[in-house]
Design a protein around this ligand. Structure first.
Ligand SMILES: Cc1ncc(C[n+]2csc(CCOP(=O)(O)OP(=O)(O)O)c2C)c(N)n1
Ligand SMILES: [Mg+2]
Length: 795
């Protein structure tokens, strides 16, 4: 143990040096580039150098997974460099093109990042939901040949301002969270300033209330020893009473300032003056800076003592910028060392010019000893930590029996219910989740069949009391539905965790989450986060739009189709008919399992690389089409559009629609057709994929691949240039407005731009101009000719 500490001290120095040099180097390279300095990293990284040294080189095991506070990425990269998992080239290109990432990234970094971080708070919650996911996987009997891992978050103290962390804690408490450590870097500084006094006490209470163990790492071993000296107790009391800003300021000011302050305030109290006087300025500064979070022996002891599976919060006192000249200064967040300071630091670290990247340069231990130690670091011992899981076979078709008049939401429930009926591997790997809208989004059928998940079984009291109920609400370790509280952030972070199970647990899950469409916005940053780290899931958002007529503006979504188009890593669909939904859902279950295949040029959609899927559904029952699902139609539905009525050669106008507004589009086309020739009706199942294919094909052509064609270009190839296009959906009109840019056709985009309101469907469609009448009027305006007779006849 003492031996280890000696080596760890050397490594800590090296980690701090390498991280600082990485930052300095990157800044130096780009100083005149875009005027953007490498702010934020230096002080914030140094704050965690000791804790991360203790964790990565001594405490963590290969099965443990870590979310590193965003600004500590240089420390993380430095540690991986010493472990041989990061290259010098990438460190030299830190924050540059293809270099080590500014914030740890699962997808962009090459050095084994477990969880991406960047938008503070999300990585923290991800560890909690990853613990739950691990429990889910193991409770289902999978992955039992591997040891249980611990999910660890390195949390900035100001990061704890983010509400999503507390939402997650509450959920963790409900779900019986285990194997989760949150280590709070309690440097009492945020980005702008010094944080409020006494926050640790609130945190302590809060964590304990939610069933966590709390370990407070306040005093380092030097301080603990000093407290044993005569007068030590007075020093301890002074430290406890010292306000955060003053402590920070004195850390910054250094030994002489400490001496003056301590002498002024407690120096006349007998023994304590001797305690102060017998130390040099440097020794005094070292003592006062020796907080728990910078003291390897205390950290190792605390981590090793927490050898149970209880969720544990470590509040570790640290100094922001520890070991650097800006230590403790309230303005240090964006602080960078000047070249002169860096020179001094280099000399202190005994690093010769030209040897800055040498792993053991300037250390006092023989390299062989350090090498031997690094070779035996438990965390790195098992080789690759990223796991893989084979794809689960998905039925080529999902075929529900559905009513002649029904909605996509009902169809979704019926499809999943049907999947849940069979005892297949496919059905077993599906895990559904919903933030308190399980029944109202039609997941109830599936949940009735497959049960709710909890590590400990819980009976459905209504059932045991023989009170009739439509829904079976029984929890068991083999249940396949995770019921969440209302927080949508939690939904998306859970989907993020479930959707990485193949990589983290080596066991594939097929996660399906449901929520109301407008509340996508509530969890949007978490959805973006999940996509950024390439988690795989299906999110079903229903109901949507003003079609949810009676609910009014608070529940009606407008912008979500645009979110679906713009969100990277998420293929979005809005089918009108249940047979389309069946095709899309079967495709989606396969798509979320794909990775890295050769990109085909068929539709320029990069389907082979896979991603997550968003389905925007509706509660509006509409008349279904009796039609055969041919392979060609199936492909077109997945590619994003098909001709529901193919336009003729003299076509003057076409109507392109998306989703539940189909009956209005069909009615309008029937009316327009009486006075305009060859009218076409384009059913758009995915504006997102149509647009993506088009953009990609254009880019390919610009690169010289002259034959590149996207699906929408092929569909519109025979539409004459003078033909007008009326587009319509229950969502923002910009979603389809771009269709005119493909071949230069004029477009009149209809949709919803302003908050919805309560009313009947007819009232609202008329008010917002997406009813048949509005479509006919738009066609009249865009495709001049003799008046369309029925226009006047419509209400
Ligand atoms: C959601 C979000 N909001 C704002 C930021 C910008 N930001 C980055 S770090 C930070 C505060 C850092 O304070 P703390 O968590 O205490 O970390 P420290 O720098 O003290 O280590 C802020 C506001 C962000 N990254 N994410
Ligand atoms: Mg802080």
């Amino acid at each position: 143990m003492t031996d280890d500490v000696a080596v760890l001290r050397e490594l800590e120095k090296k980690v701090l040096w390498l991280a600082s040099w990485t930052i300095h180097n990157a800044n130096h390279l780009r100083e005149n580039d875009d005027g953007l300095k490498v702010g934020g990293h230096q002080a914030s990284s140094a704050s965690l150098a000791t804790i991360m040294t203790a964790l990565y080189f001594a405490v963590l095991r290969p099965q443990d997974r870590v979310a590193v506070k965003p600004h500590a990425s240089p420390i993380f990269h430095a540690i991986q460099y010493l472990l041989g998992k990061q290259t010098r080239e990438r460190l030299e290109a830190f924050r540059g093109y293809k270099g080590a990432q500014s914030y740890p990234s699962r997808t962009k970094d090459a050095d084994d990042v477990d969880f991406s971080t960047g938008s503070v708070g999300l990585g923290v919650a991800q560890t909690l939901f990853s613990s739950l996911t691990q429990d889910y996987v193991r409770a289902h009997g999978w992955g039992l040949d591997r040891p249980e891992g611990r999910m660890v978050a390195l949390v900035g103290d100001a990061e704890l301002d983010e509400g999503n962390i507390f939402e997650a804690m509450l959920e963790g408490w409900k779900q019986g969270l285990r194997n989760c450590w949150w280590i709070v870097d309690y440097n009492r500084q945020s980005l702008d300033a010094v944080v409020r006094e006494g926050l640790w006490e609130r945190y302590e209470q809060l964590f304990k209330n939610f069933g966590w163990d709390v370990v407070i790492l306040k005093y380092g071993s030097l301080q603990q020893a000093a407290f044993e000296e005569p007068g030590g107790e007075k020093l301890r009391r002074w430290i406890d009473n010292c306000p955060n800003p003053l402590y920070s300021a004195l850390v910054f000011a250094g030994g002489a300032a400490w001496r003056k302050r301590l002498t002024d305030e407690i120096g006349d109290q007998g023994d304590v003056s001797q305690l102060i006087d017998k130390r040099s300025d440097d020794e005094l500064a070292a003592l006062m800076n020796n907080l728990g979070g910078h003291d390897l022996p205390s950290l190792l002891e605390a981590f090793r003592n927490a050898d149970n599976d209880r969720p544990t919060c470590f509040i570790s006192y640290t100094v922001k910028g520890f070991g650097l000249p800006m230590a403790g200064h309230k303005d240090n967040h964006a602080g960078l060392m000047t070249p002169a300071q860096m020179e001094t630091f280099r000399r202190t670290m005994r690093v010769r010019p030209g040897h800055e990247w040498d792993p053991f340069e300037g250390l006092s231990m023989p390299p062989e000893r350090l090498d031997t130690f690094l070779d035996r670091v438990p965390f790195a011992a098992a080789g690759a930590r990223r796991l893989e899981a084979p794809a689960i076979e998905v039925p080529a078709e999902l075929r529900p029996a559905f009513q002649a008049v029904t909605s996509t939401q009902t169809g979704f429930g019926a499809l999943l219910n049907d999947v849940g009926r069979a005892d297949t591997d496919f059905a077993r790997r599906i895990v559904t989740t919903s933030p308190d809208v399980t029944v109202s989004t039609n997941l109830g059928g599936f949940v009735n069949r497959r049960g709710l998940f909890a590590r400990q079984a819980m009976a459905d009291t209504f059932k045991s009391e023989r009170i009739p109920s439509t829904f079976n609400w029984e929890f068991s370790p083999t249940g396949q539905h995770i019921e969440l509280g209302i927080a949508e952030m939690n939904l998306f972070i859970l989907l993020s965790a479930l959707g990485l199970s193949h990589s983290i647990n080596g066991e594939r899950l097929l996660p399906v989450g449901t929520l109301y469409d407008p509340f996508i916005a509530r969890g949007l940053d978490a959805l973006n986060y999940a996509c950024y780290q390439d988690a795989r899931f299906i999110v079903v958002a229903t109901p949507s739009g003003i079609t949810l007529a009676g609910e009014g503006g608070a529940h009606q979504s407008i912008a979500e189709p645009l979110i679906g188009m713009a969100q990277d890593g998420l293929a979005s669909f809005e089918p009108a008919y249940v047979d389309e939904l069946a095709v899309i859902l079967a495709w989606a279950f396969a798509y979320i399992q794909k990775s890295g295949g050769e990109i085909s040029e068929r539709n320029w959609l990069r389907d082979e690389t896979g991603g997550s899927v968003y389905l925007r559904l509706s509660t509006r029952p509409i008349e279904q089409m009796a039609r055969e699902m041919t392979p060609d139609l199936r492909q077109q539905i997945v590619d994003g559009a098909y001709w529901q009525r193919k336009p003729g050669p003299n076509c003057q106008v076409i109507v392109a629609y998306t989703g539940a507004i189909a009956p209005e589009a069909i009615a309008a086309v029937g009316l327009i057709a009486e006075d305009r020739r060859d009218v076409g009706l384009l059913a758009v199942t995915s504006a997102d994929r149509l647009n993506a294919g088009w953009t990609a094909a254009q880019r390919a052509r610009e690169r010289g691949l002259v034959h590149a064609r996207s699906h929408i270009e092929r569909l519109l190839a025979d539409v004459p240039p003078h033909c007008g296009i009326v587009t319509v959906l229950d969502g923002h009109p910009a979603t389809l407005a771009w269709l005119g840019a493909i071949a230069g056709n004029r477009v009149r985009p209809l949709g919803v731009e302003h908050f919805g309101q309560t009313g009947s469907l007819a009232d609202l469609y008329r008010h917002y101009g997406i009813d048949a009448n509005a479509i006919v009027a738009a066609a009249q305006a865009i495709a001049p000719g003799r008046p369309i007779r029925h226009l006047k006849a419509l209400p």
